[in-house]
Design a protein around this ligand. Structure first.
Ligand SMILES: [Zn+2]
Ligand SMILES: [Zn+2]
Ligand SMILES: [Zn+2]
Length: 138
């Protein structure tokens, strides 16, 4: 999580323009997750020549496609973005706010191996998003 904006941009094969650096710098500061619109609002609130909403969307989409940031779906109709750790993990997400807890302790493999054997699947990966309401929203 201490990775700098330029490192993340490079990992996605994106040139570190001032606008992209500002976008990723703002995203890295967020411990939970944010939508493109929210990130755009924050950048505007900082003043100066903030990147346009389309640039924010495009940059986040490319970072997510490259697997550099995670895109989460706990708010209907909009994606939320987060800079996560590199290791395999899942997310506990709050359906009311943007709280995200990264869960590194994955124990799904044994169950998955059993299922895969029975159904003749060669499992190449899995994704699990755990939904709930966080302590602050309850
Ligand atoms: Zn993640
Ligand atoms: Zn919450
Ligand atoms: Zn897992």
């Amino acid at each position: 999580m201490s990775e700098g904006a330029s490192t993340l941009l490079a990992a996605a094969g994106l040139r570190a323009t001032p606008q992209r650096t500002a976008i990723v710098g703002e995203l890295v500061r967020e411990p939970n997750d944010v939508t493109a619109q929210e990130l755009h609002d924050r950048l505007r609130a900082r003043g100066g020549s903030a990147p346009g909403l389309a640039t924010v969307y495009r940059t986040l989409t490319r970072l997510a496609e490259a697997g550099v940031v995670d895109a989460l779906t706990h708010h209907a109709g909009e994606l939320c973005y987060r800079v996560c750790g590199d290791d395999h993990h899942h997310h506990f997400v709050c359906s009311r706010c943007h709280r995200v807890v990264e869960i590194g302790d994955c124990r799904i493999d044994a169950w998955l191996d059993d299922l895969a054997g029975r159904h003749g699947f060669d499992v190449t990966g899995h994704r699990v998003e755990l939904e709930g309401v966080c302590a602050g929203c309850r």
